[in-house]
Design a protein around this ligand. Sequence first.
Ligand code: SF4
Ligand code: ZN
Length: 122
Amino acid sequence: MRDDHLLPLPELDTWRNDAACRGHDTALWFDPTRQAEGLAICDTCPVDDPCRIAGRREEGIWGGVEIRSSVTTVQTFRCDECGQPFTRKVAAGTRPVTCGYRCRQDRNLRQAREARARRMAS
Ligand code: SF4
Ligand SMILES: [Zn+2]
């Protein structure tokens, strides 16, 4: 038996580094007309288990499984971070702020930096 439980915890979300979908158009996982392409990529992905867990409250395809929600429509939004348009299947009344994981992460880092700067200034 391997003593995996004695190893340090992996950094949060490092599984995304191995995701087969890296670099692909996010629409493949959120636009119903293109999800067959996304699913084919998920089939080759080594990190589908953590992905499925991460996506359990989200829309779209995560870990090779479509996460369904009661009322969804496909809409086009503009990313607050990079300014690019993107399509996503969303629940009524919701608006995604960023186009994908990379921009969400950039945005989180920037907000953390800004909060730190504000604390230092006060
Ligand atoms: S299983 Fe998740 S991480 Fe892997 S390709 Fe599919 S959506 Fe991307
Ligand atoms: Zn973006």
